[in-house]
Design a protein around this ligand. Structure first.
Ligand SMILES: Nc1ncnc2c1ncn2[C@@H]1O[C@H](COP(=O)(O)OP(=O)(O)O)[C@@H](O)[C@H]1O
Ligand SMILES: [Mg+2]
Length: 254
C-alpha cells in the first residue's frame, strides 16, 4: 500500500470528508426541505386557528361591549324623546340621532357576523349554512339548494368552522367568477367522515386557475382540509361531464 506523508494524509482525509459531504448534501437538503415544508404546514394550521379565535374574540367584544352601549344609548334617547317639553328642533334632532344609532347597531351586527357568524355559536353548522345560503340568494339572485340533516351536523367547533369557511369561500368564488345560475351544497355525515360538496353550473374552473399566484381562496381551503387530515378535490370543466365547478371534501371526524 502506498505510504503517504502526514500532510498528504491530512489532504486526502479532507478531500474524503468533502466528497462525502457533497454526496450527502443533496439528500440532506431535501430532508431539510421536507421538514420545513411540514413545519410550514403546521404553522399555517396554527395561524388559521389563532385567526379564527381572534375573530371570535373581537366579534364577542363588539357584540357584548359596544353593542350593549349602543342599545343603552337608544333606550336613554327614547326616554328623552318622551319628555314633553322639547322644542320642535330638539325633537327632530333626537329623531335623527335615533336613526344614526339604529344604523350603527345594524353595521356593528354586520361587522361582528362577518368576523364570526353568530349562527355558528348559536345554532351550529346547519343553522349557519342556512343563513349563509339565504344571504347568498338575496345578495346575488342565484338559486342555491342546501341538502343536509340538522341532526348530523352537531360537530366539534374546529370541524364546523372549517366546513363553514369552505362553503363561504366557495360561494364567494361562485358569485365572483362562475357566472352560474344554480348552486348545490350538500353536507352529510357517513362512516365517520363529513362529506361536503359544493357544485355550480357556471363556466367551470380551469386547470390554470388552481395555481394562480396571489389567489389564496382555494389554497386556504386546501390548507384547512389538510390541517384536519382530510381530502379535497376541485374539479372544473374538463373533469366535470356536466360543466361547472365541483368541490368535494372529506373530513375524518374524531
Ligand atoms: N366556482 C368557480 N367557477 C369558475 N372559476 C372559479 C371558481 N372558483 C374559483 N375560480 C377561479 O379560480 C381562481 C382562484 O380562486 P381563489 O383562490 O379563490 O382566488 P380569488 O377568488 O381571489 O381569485 C379564481 O380567480 C377564478 O378564476
Ligand atoms: Mg376566492
Amino acid at each position: 500500500m502506498e505510504k503517504l506523508g502526514k500532510s498528504a494524509r491530512r489532504r486526502s482525509k479532507q478531500a474524503d470528508i468533502r466528497s462525502r459531504r457533497d454526496c450527502q448534501a443533496p439528500g440532506r437538503r431535501a430532508t431539510d426541505r421536507a421538514i420545513s415544508y411540514d413545519q410550514l404546514r403546521d404553522l399555517s394550521a396554527a395561524l388559521q386557528t389563532t385567526r379564527e379565535e381572534e375573530r371570535a374574540h373581537i366579534a364577542r367584544e363588539l357584540h357584548d361591549d359596544l353593542g350593549q352601549l349602543l342599545a343603552t344609548l337608544r333606550v336613554d334617547l327614547s326616554l328623552l324623546q318622551q319628555q314633553a317639553d322639547s322644542s320642535a328642533q330638539t325633537t327632530r334632532q333626537m329623531r335623527s340621532m335615533d336613526k344614526l344609532l339604529q344604523r350603527a347597531i345594524t353595521s356593528l351586527r354586520r361587522i361582528a357576523t362577518n368576523l364570526r357568524p353568530h349562527a355558528l355559536d348559536e345554532g351550529g353548522l346547519y343553522y349557519a349554512l342556512q343563513t349563509l345560503r339565504q344571504e347568498f340568494i338575496q345578495r346575488h339572485g342565484i338559486s342555491c339548494q342546501l341538502e343536509a340533516q340538522e341532526s348530523e351536523l352537531i360537530l366539534d367547533d374546529r370541524y364546523s368552522t372549517a366546513a363553514f369557511r369552505i362553503v363561504q369561500e366557495s360561494l364567494t368564488n361562485i358569485a365572483r367568477h362562475a357566472h352560474a345560475s344554480q348552486v348545490w351544497i350538500s353536507v352529510h355525515r357517513r362512516d365517520g367522515l363529513l362529506h361536503l360538496q359544493i357544485r355550480d353550473n357556471g363556466r367551470g374552473i380551469a386547470p390554470d386557475d388552481l395555481n394562480k399566484a396571489h389567489s389564496f381562496g382555494l389554497l386556504g381551503m386546501r390548507e384547512r382540509v389538510w390541517a384536519l387530515d382530510g381530502e379535497i378535490q376541485i374539479r372544473g370543466r374538463e373533469a366535470n361531464g356536466d360543466g361547472g365547478t365541483r368541490i368535494t371534501v372529506e373530513l375524518p371526524l374524531p
